[in-house]
Design a protein around this ligand. Sequence first.
Ligand code: SF4
Length: 338
Amino acid sequence: MTTLPPPIRAYRTLGPELLEDLRRSGYQRIALQVPAGLSMSARSYAEEITRATGASVVLVARACFGACDPPARAEVPGAEALVALGHAPIPNMPVSMPMYLAEMRLGKADPARVAETLVAAHLPSRLGLVASIQHLDDLSPVIEALGARGIEAQIARGPPRLAYPGQALGCNYSSATALEEKVDGFVFLGTGRFHPLGLALSVERPVWALDPLQMLLEGPFDRQGMINRRLLEIERAMDAKVWGVLVSSLAGQSRGALARRLVGKAEARGREAMVITFDRLFPADLLGRGVDAYVSTACPRIATDDGSSYDRPILTPPEFLSAIGERPLMPYLFDAFP
Ligand code: SF4
């Protein structure tokens, strides 16, 4: 078990240790939040918690994107604690009730096969590794297996938003950027393209992704192509006279002070700007607002991954600063959430 400053506690799985911790705390009502991928099992997890603790469980139905969006107290009336599955804690996020995270780690990779796959693909001999929380336990054995095959692989810490060395979070790849000068490429261990794409925007080194269960290697990702698409969005927003500054009310996505600074910057450049708040954002929410372009201070992936679903350009804060002439367009800066 990893103990973090109260009231956030993290466990590898929803196992006896976590359940016993809940039982000893004597909660009568517990909120349970599960990511979309585990929603089919939510009921059985709730029953397991009730069986072990005697507490009743309130299931949070709204979609959950990460550890950054725990339910506010008003969403779970009467709940004394929250159990959240599938995410690592965000140590510097304020929480409104005790939060117990079951990270649902897998750690099932075969390190020799992973290393041989990377060697066979002729990757650089100095590699930085990052992993999703589910595969974080694979990092050390893979580093050892790579070392035995002549590849020097490293991981680094990325506090304060990241809880673990080598951890990848879609809004913060500081565990990789901390290594950038020491390596010639990065490998992400995990599934899907969400993390490798964010990583590729964050580092000026080639990025590969290896699914350690399917043993599928992808990459290097087209960083320049991604940047070019972002530059087009910035260009589309350069003449915007009225800006909407988006602020999320979710605990781990809220940057109100930054939003106010950006309003000041826009006004200093002769533009109008207004703050627009939301919890979850849908393209229809921004229709007909009389706004020419948006800058999002919430999850940076709203702009970089979902921006094309909106009818006006949505930029990240560094992109916004480029659009109004406050910073050069290049080098491209990923909006790493602090
Ligand atoms: S801010 Fe975005 S990328 Fe970061 S944890 Fe939340 S959903 Fe994931």
